[in-house]
Design a protein around this ligand. Sequence first.
Ligand code: FES
Length: 110
Amino acid sequence: MESSEIRIKQHPILDFPERRKVRFYWEGKELLGYEGEPVASALHAAGIKVLHKSMKEGRSRGFFCAIGNCSSCLVIVDGVPNVRACTEKLRAGMRVEMQKGVGPALISKE
Ligand code: FES
């Protein structure tokens, strides 16, 4: 993992269990994160703070409540829009993209 990552590695009362490093993609760029951590944490650790653009004005949005209560961190994951990056767990090979506005409509292939 890059030495420039932004992470808390030691804490006086919290433990951080060992997790497997996995590759995933942000806007097509390969990054590394820890399996099972929130997608927003992995992106933040890589220095990526703008996750979403607001619907009306296109303003930058990012990690805000960090508990799934707002819509500031909505991203597109493997083609699925409106995924909350702060509660979605990172998986190997995941493709994450910035969501602009409401995101693309999902069209059923049935
Ligand atoms: S930061 Fe609020 S829902 Fe993710």
